[in-house]
Design a binder for this molecule. Structure first.
Ligand SMILES: Cc1ncc(COP(=O)(O)O)c(C=O)c1O
Length: 399
C-alpha cells in the first residue's frame, strides 16, 4: 500500500533530543568565549527566537504593510509568520539545487519589493556577494538569515556581516530553551523599548529546561528529585484543569509557527541569556562536525539516499545532517513511529509555491529529512539513529 499521509499526533516523543538539551556538563561557571559568527557582530539584540528577530528586522528597516519582501521558495512557515504579522507581502523566489540563489530570478521579481531574505541553509555558508551588489543596485534591504548558521565566515567575512541585518536562532546551537538574535554591522539598531520578560516567564523557562533535560536523562541523581517535583506539578495542573471549563490550550489550538505577540516586546529571558554566556563552547564545533561525519560515513555510499552536502568544508558548523531520501515518506513515518528525532524544514510550503515557481523546493519539501547533529547527542544516541535509519532505508527498498 502506498503511504500518502500520516497523523503526526500518533508519533511518540523523540527518544533522543532534536535540539541541544541541557545537562550539567554543558555549562561552566565562567562566561565562555563567544565563537566568531553572528554573535560577534557589532550590534546585537537577544530575542525569543529567530522569527522574532526577523519581525524586528522588518521594523528596523521600516518595512510596512503592503511592501513586498522576497522569501526563498524553500522555507519554513516560521519565516513567513513575521511577514504576515507585519502585513508584509511575501514574494517567493526559486532556489537552485545546491541551495544557492540565481540573482536573475531576484531581479525579475524585484518590482514593489523592499527587502530580500537569503538563507545559509543547514549551516553551509552561501556566497551572497553578487546578491549584496544587486541589493545595492536596486536599493533592497538584505536580511541574512543565519538561523541555521550561527558560526563561521565566508570569503573572510563573518556570516551575517554582508546583510543589512542578520538574524540567528541560538536555541538551535545552544542548550538554552529559546533564543534568537538580531544583528547588524551596517546599521545602528534603533533600540526599541524591549523589556525583560516577567518573572513568570523566567520561571517557566527554567522549568521547561529542567523537564526537557530530565526527559532525556541528562540530570543524573538530580533527576530523581525532579521526578517527585514534576509529579507534584502534574497533579496540581490536573486538579486545576478539573475545576476549570474545558478550553483548548495554546499548544492544541495553535500551529507551532504562530507567534505570541507579547514576545515582540521582550528580550530573551535572563535565564537563556545567562546559559548562552556560560554554555561550553570548547568542543561545540568539533562535536557537531564529528557527528555530521558519522552520518556521512554511514550513508554516503547508498543509492537510495544522498547527503545534500556530501563534503564538510573546514569552517562549516552544521546545524543538521540533511539527507535526500528517494522513498522519503515511508522512511520518515517508519522512523517517527520509533521515536527517531527528525526535522523536516520546508515540509509545509506557503500556498503560492508550486512546481512551476520552484521545482527544487517542491522536490526538497517532499524528499529531504534532517537529522540532528548537535553537541549534546551522546555517541549511543547517534549510533541508534543511524542504525534505525539504515534499517528503514533497507525496508523501504525491499517493499
Ligand atoms: C531558515 C529559518 N529562518 C528562521 C527561522 C525562525 O527561527 P526560530 O525557530 O528560532 O524562530 C527558522 C526556524 O526554523 C528557519 O529555519
Amino acid at each position: 500500500m502506498q503511504l500518502t499521509s500520516y497523523d503526526p499526533s500518533k508519533f511518540p516523543k523523540a527518544r533522543a533530543p532534536t535540539l541541544p538539551t541541557p545537562s550539567p556538563e554543558c555549562f561552566c561557571l565562567l562566561p565562555q568565549p563567544i565563537l566568531a559568527g553572528v554573535l560577534t557582530l557589532e550590534n546585537t539584540l537577544h530575542l525569543h527566537s529567530g522569527r522574532y528577530a526577523l519581525a524586528l528586522a522588518l521594523k528596523q528597516a521600516k518595512i510596512s504593510s503592503d511592501d513586498g519582501v522576497l522569501l526563498p521558495a524553500y522555507h519554513c512557515l516560521a519565516m513567513v509568520e513575521p511577514l504576515r504579522l507585519a502585513g508584509v507581502r511575501p514574494v517567493y523566489y526559486p532556489i537552485n539545487s545546491d541551495l544557492s540563489i540565481d540573482i536573475i530570478e531576484i531581479e525579475k521579481r524585484s518590482s514593489g519589493v523592499k527587502a530580500i531574505v537569503a538563507v545559509h541553509y543547514f549551516g553551509f555558508p552561501q556566497d551572497f556577494r553578487l546578491l549584496r551588489n544587486l541589493a545595492d543596485r536596486l536599493g533592497l534591504i538584505l536580511i541574512e538569515d543565519c538561523a541555521h548558521a550561527c558560526f563561521g565566515a565566508i570569503n573572510g567575512a563573518p556570516l551575517g556581516s554582508l546583510g543589512d541585518y542578520a538574524i540567528a536562532s541560538t536555541m538551535k546551537f545552544f542548550p538554552i530553551g529559546h533564543g534568537g538574535v538580531l544583528a547588524s554591522t551596517r546599521h545602528r539598531l534603533v533600540q526599541p523599548a524591549l523589556k525583560n520578560p516577567p518573572l513568570k516567564i523566567e520561571l517557566k523557562t527554567v522549568i521547561n529546561l529542567l523537564e526537557n533535560a530530565h526527559a532525556y536523562h541528562r540530570l543524573g541523581r538530580l533527576g530523581r528529585l525532579l521526578n517527585i517535583l514534576i509529579q507534584m506539578k502534574d497533579n496540581l495542573l490536573r486538579k486545576k484543569r478539573r475545576s476549570q471549563p474545558l478550553t483548548p490550550s495554546r499548544n492544541e489550538a495553535t500551529p507551532e509557527y504562530v507567534m505570541d505577540s507579547r514576545w515582540l516586546g521582550w528580550r530573551s529571558s535572563r535565564v537563556s541569556r545567562f546559559l548562552l554566556r556560560h554554555a561550553r563552547t570548547d568542543d561545540l564545533i568539533k562535536r557537531r562536525r564529528d557527528v555530521y561525519r558519522m552520518f556521512l560515513g554511514a550513508l554516503a555510499h547508498r543509492r537510495d539516499c544522498r547527503p545534500l552536502f556530501p563534503d564538510l568544508p573546514e569552517d562549516v558548523v552544521p546545524q543538521v545532517f540533511p539527507l535526500y531520501v528517494n522513498q522519503c515518506l515511508p522512511v520518515f513515518v517508519n522512523l517517527k513511529r520509533q521515536g527517531v528525532p527528525i526535522i523536516r524544514f520546508g515540509e509545509f510550503l506557503d500556498d503560492p509555491v508550486d512546481q512551476e515557481l520552484c521545482p527544487v523546493s517542491i522536490d526538497y519539501a517532499e524528499h529531504v529529512l534532517q537529522f540532528p547533529c548537535h553537541q549534546c547527542l551522546k555517541d549511543d544516541e547517534v549510533a541508534w539513529v543511524i542504525e534505525r535509519l539504515i534499517i528503514a532505508l533497507d525496508t523501504a527498498e525491499s517493499c
